[in-house]
Write a protein that binds this ligand. Structure first.
Ligand code: GTB
Length: 214
């Protein structure tokens, strides 16, 4: 059955793989599932046809036969549940890997997104400079705990899993900041993930969309 996902027709990140379709592309590449991409303009994302698939008018979505999904966590979990390669077979190890998926999206990503949003939505406010150290320290608190748990490990819990995939996409949002510098094992962790052939294929595919339009 054909899998179709949606992505930005014109991504603001200029093909750096920051938009969330990257997570879905990467998961599909890890499990060896081919997929098609429907590119959407910002206007098309707000039209009824897309809102029927994604109530918030966002990308990505995932369609496979009569199944339509939104939310990258749900999509990656669906892919990982249907195909080998992203979740361990052992039930307890599988549950722990899923916990890392939630940790990435529920615990680590929110302070990163809030800090990022402060940069573009509040940069002109008189209190912006006073607020930033607090937002930085919230991100550092999460990175510190993550870094401690990862320690000298290659991945978060045994073999590479959907938990690592989501965590790395979250951490990559900090790639152009200095926030990772204080946590020595995190950049190498990201680099190990980025060296995976499936990651490279997914990255190149989303970059090609930008390159075609440039
Ligand atoms: N919780 C949802 C999920 O995980 O699927 C969030 C989806 C989401 O935030 N989608 C964004 C979107 O559609 C694109 S990824 N935004 C348009 C809108 O809300 O109207 C977020 C994103 C976009 C661009 C960059 N960038 O250019 O660096 C980074 C991240």
């Amino acid at each position: 059955m054909t899998i179709t996902i949606t992505a930005f027709e014109s991504s603001p990140d200029r093909g750096r793989g920051q938009a969330r379709d990257m997570r879905v592309r990467w998961a599909l590449e890890e499990v060896g599932q081919p997929y098609e991409v429907r590119l959407l303009s910002f206007a098309a994302m707000k039209e009824p046809a897309h809102i029927a698939l994604q109530p918030f008018g966002q990308i990505p979505t995932y369609e496979e036969g009569d199944l339509a999904l939104f939310e990258t966590g749900a999509i990656v979990l669906h892919i990982a549940g249907r195909h080998a390669g992203l979740l361990p077979e052992d039930a307890n190890a599988r549950a722990r890997a899923i916990a890392w998926m939630f940790a990435a999206l529920n615990t680590v990503e929110p302070p990163i997104v809030e800090r990022e949003a402060a940069g573009y939505a509040e940069g002109d406010k008189p209190w912006h400079r006073e607020r930033m150290p607090m937002l930085d320290s919230r991100v550092h608190a999460r990175l510190e705990a993550l870094s401690r748990r990862l320690g000298a490990g290659e991945w978060l819990d045994g073999a590479f899993s959907a938990g690592d995939l989501l965590m790395v996409t979250v951490l990559r949002r900090l790639e152009r900041t200095d926030l990772l510098d204080a946590h020595a094992n995190l950049r190498p962790y990201i680099a190990r993930a980025e060296a995976r052939p499936a990651y490279r294929r997914a990255f190149d595919a989303q970059h090609a969309v930008f390159a075609r339009r440039a």
